[in-house]
Write a protein that binds this ligand. Structure first.
Ligand SMILES: [Zn+2]
Length: 247
C-alpha cells in the first residue's frame, strides 16, 4: 500500500516535471552528493556544461562565474572553500568520488584512523547518490563538460605527459597552463591553439575516481582547464578559446 502510494506520487511528480520543467524558476538551483553541494548557474540553452569541483580553487570559481555572465551553458560550482568535503565525519576529495574504487582509496588515505566498517558505510552513502549527480553533471547529446582547476608548484602538465595518449606542448615554458581532454577530435582542435594540451582517451589502469577517468571509460567528451592559482586572465582567455573553437 505504502509502496503503491509512493510510486503513484513519484509518477505524478515526474509528469509535473515533464510539463513545467522548462520554466527556469522551477529548475533546481543546487545538486548534492552528501556534503558535496553544487550551485547550478544556467545561461541560455547550450548543452555545454562547466564544473568547479575543488572549493579552494578560487581563481577558477571567479573566472567561471564571470564567464557565465556572457556565455551560454550550465555551470556547477561546488560550495565551500576547501579542497576536500566532509563525509561521515571524515574527509573526501570530491574529484575522487566518481567511482567506488577511487573513493575507497581516497577515504583510506585521508582518514587513516577509519576501520573498514566506517569506510564501507561512507562508500555506501556515495553509491546511493553517485548516478543521480552524474546525470545532472554530464551533458546530453555529446556536449562537452569543461572542468576548471587551479594548480600550484606541485602539479603541471609534466606530470601528465607520460600517461597521455597524445601530447602537444606549444608553451613548454608555462607548464601550469594546459588542457587535458578525453576526445581525440577535441584534442586535434586544442592542439591548434597556442596552449599545452594532452589527450587521455584510453582509460588509465588505475581507477582514481576522478571525473576525467570516468569520462575516458565511458567515451564522453571532457576537458580539464588547468592554470596556476591566481592567473585569472590566462584561465579566462583559454576558456574563451576553447568555447569558440571546440563545438
Ligand atoms: Zn582541482
Amino acid at each position: 500500500m505504502n509502496q503503491r502510494r509512493a510510486r503513484g506520487s513519484s509518477a505524478s511528480l515526474s509528469r509535473r516535471h515533464f510539463a513545467f520543467g522548462w520554466l527556469p524558476f522551477l529548475r533546481p538551483k543546487h545538486i548534492s552528493l552528501n556534503n558535496a553541494r553544487f550551485r547550478i548557474v544556467r545561461h541560455g540553452n547550450s548543452r555545454r556544461h562547466y564544473l568547479l569541483i575543488h572549493g579552494n580553487e578560487e581563481t577558477a570559481r571567479r573566472v567561471l562565474l564571470r564567464f557565465m555572465e556572457t556565455h551560454e551553458g550550465t555551470a556547477f560550482l561546488i560550495e565551500g572553500n576547501t579542497r576536500n568535503v566532509s563525509l561521515e565525519g571524515g574527509e573526501l576529495d570530491p574529484n575522487r568520488m566518481f567511482s567506488r574504487a577511487g573513493a575507497e582509496a581516497n577515504l583510506k588515505n585521508l582518514n587513516p584512523d577509519w576501520n573498514p566498517q566506517r569506510v564501507n558505510s561512507a562508500l555506501a552513502v556515495l553509491d546511493r547518490g553517485r548516478e543521480r549527480l552524474l546525470k545532472a553533471l554530464l551533458p546530453r547529446d555529446r556536449g562537452v563538460l569543461v572542468a576548471l582547476h587551479n594548480n600550484s608548484e606541485a602539479y603541471s602538465v609534466k606530470d601528465e605527459v607520460d600517461i597521455s595518449d597524445s601530447v602537444s606542448l606549444r608553451e613548454p615554458a608555462n607548464p601550469h597552463a594546459f588542457f587535458l581532454c578525453t576526445d581525440r577530435s577535441d584534442f586535434a582542435i586544442l592542439a591548434m591553439s597556442p596552449y599545452n594540451v594532452v589527450l587521455q582517451q584510453s582509460k588509465p589502469k588505475e581507477d582514481d575516481g576522478s571525473l576525467s577517468r570516468l569520462a575516458a571509460a565511458r567515451g564522453l567528451r571532457y576537458c580539464n582547464l588547468e592554470v596556476a592559482l591566481g592567473n585569472a586572465d590566462r584561465q579566462f582567455e583559454m576558456l574563451r578559446w576553447l568555447n569558440e573553437n571546440v563545438k
